[in-house]
Design a protein around this ligand. Structure first.
Ligand code: FES
Length: 110
């Protein structure tokens, strides 16, 4: 199991247990985080945008160019932003802390 803590835009911490190989997006959705994931991991939306807590960002595999391009369109992007559909849980990510931005919503909604 991989322990992940989601931090909501209100600062509430939600502990979650994911499986190795599960996508961070799916785990967040399962715990009720407001991550729409409209394109279901096709890197064609940015509604799965999350902000990775500082220490953890450098431990993730780097984003590919398509992910960077999509992130440019997300609201409230930071230096440690990622698309949660592109992050696969591994044992190395046990303890991961992820902030869920308040701006996460469908692109048409902005
Ligand atoms: Fe659309 Fe992640 S679900 S980019």
């Amino acid at each position: 199991m991989v322990s992940v803590t989601f931090v909501t835009s209100q600062g509430e911490k939600i502990a979650a247990q994911g499986e190795v190989g599960q996508r961070l997006l799916e785990l967040g959705q399962a715990r009720g985080m407001p991550l729409e994931g409209t394109c279901e991991g096709q890197m064609a939306c940015s509604t799965c945008h999350v902000i990775i807590a500082g220490d953890w960002f450098d431990r993730l595999p780097a984003a590919v160019d398509d992910e960077e391009d999509m992130l440019d369109l997300a609201a409230g992007v930071t230096r440690t932003s990622r698309l949660s559909c592109q992050i696969e849980l591994t044992e190395a990510l046990d303890g991961l802390v992820v902030h869920v931005p308040a701006e996460a919503r469908d692109m048409q909604g902005r």
